[in-house]
Design a protein around this ligand. Sequence first.
Ligand SMILES: Cc1cc2nc3c(=O)[nH]c(=O)nc-3n(C[C@H](O)[C@H](O)[C@H](O)COP(=O)(O)OP(=O)(O)OC[C@H]3O[C@@H](n4cnc5c(N)ncnc54)[C@H](O)[C@@H]3O)c2cc1C
Length: 427
Amino acid sequence: MADEKFQVIVIGAGLAGSAAAYQLAKAGREVLLVDRGKGPGAKNMTGGRIYTYALKKLLGDEWQEAPLEREVTREMMMMMTPQTSVAIDSTFSSVNQQSYTVLRSKLDAWLAAKAEDAGAMMIPASTVDTFLMRDGKVCGVKIGDEELEADLVISAEGVNSLVAERSGIIKPLELKNIALGIKHIVQLPEAVINERFNTVSDVGTAMLCVGECTKGISGGAFLYTNKNSISLGMVVDSLSWKNAKLPVADIAEALKHHPSISRYIEGGEVIEYSAHLIPEGGISALPQLFADGVMIAGDAAGLVVNSGFTVRGMDYAILSGIAAAETANEAIDAGDYSRNMLKGYETRLQQSVLKDMHTFKNAHDYMAHTRQVFTTYPMLAADLMRNIYGVDGTPAKRVLGVARETVADKISYFDVFKDMVKGARSL
Ligand SMILES: Cc1cc2nc3c(=O)[nH]c(=O)nc-3n(C[C@H](O)[C@H](O)[C@H](O)COP(=O)(O)OP(=O)(O)OC[C@H]3O[C@@H](n4cnc5c(N)ncnc54)[C@H](O)[C@@H]3O)c2cc1C
């Protein structure tokens, strides 16, 4: 016997869940938001850069009140060998508010509070065990002995989507479609960060590294400057990591001591260390997005793109929360919660998130299977720079000659060409 009935129950107060709950509450719906954490975002993790267009779409001008850290105006891409690094360092003078560094504990708590202010009911510290099912349709959730009924459920429970898995609506993720992320938050005074990154307050740097930072395992490292901390971590492809047989905690620790990184975090205190999975399988690994009485949003639906240059999941989580709420509103107006009615959710996603996922459909495979991007090429880049700038009194050569000499014996020109063409088609 059910104790209470809502129009919509949202599982998970991450960005996808709180976005959906906010939008539904604004439309005057009776919505319940349930999260297993003590507070929303308490354990949620990300690398650290959010693209703000999705927040604008959800909140209008109020997005400017969001507790974001620094606006990213400097982008660094770095190839690393054990001692050397070669970087492209771009500083954009025009401030366009497109992306900010972010700490999830602050942003998630703020967005969930917005949903509550709009009228959503929030239950923290409660783990949903299963969907409540009747005649093969989802009609609520079970939390321990308690049964809560709803016309619709939105599952936004993140990458470990156990509730949706237990119901058989989605299958467990395969190892080949998962990446593992590790992150340190290193606290430093704001003035020290400004000085080290040659910047002023509120202006931030996003750095992406490949090569030695993951010990050559397919993946990359990231560094984001927050107001008074630095988010430093890495993401590695699970299968490549398993095959490399290296303890991932050791790789993350070594990253902190690499000469190209240690100078930025020197003297800082690690105030947080966390690990999290990322569903990186892309569009070919997409699960069922809806069934009778339920829609799946955010990481639970695998809505993440790692384009090689940036990881995007937070903006897609928000967009999918909005799409699920819009579809729920239509379904409530029609009094129809069938899968046929909920098709509108996928149609909405096809106009945004799924388009991008289609564009980058080969990115994950390219990175997982082109090992030399993480091994040989960083070493070649470092050798090339050393050879171009090294002067030892022997007859000088033009750049092309230096490049030929650098590449010779290390990799065939044909392989370089193949990797470049494949990369251009995938990333
Ligand atoms: C290392 C790393 C780096 C990343 N870098 C970036 C980046 O720079 N930019 C970017 O855009 N994206 C990045 N991502 C991806 C991004 O963090 C995710 O895509 C995004 O957080 C997904 O949001 P979500 O709301 O779907 O899920 P989550 O944020 O995981 O939220 C899920 C919520 O559900 C709750 N929950 C789970 N199960 C239950 C249950 N049974 N009952 C009740 N509550 C439950 C959890 O407590 C949590 O609050 C990164 C991810 C990682 C791991």
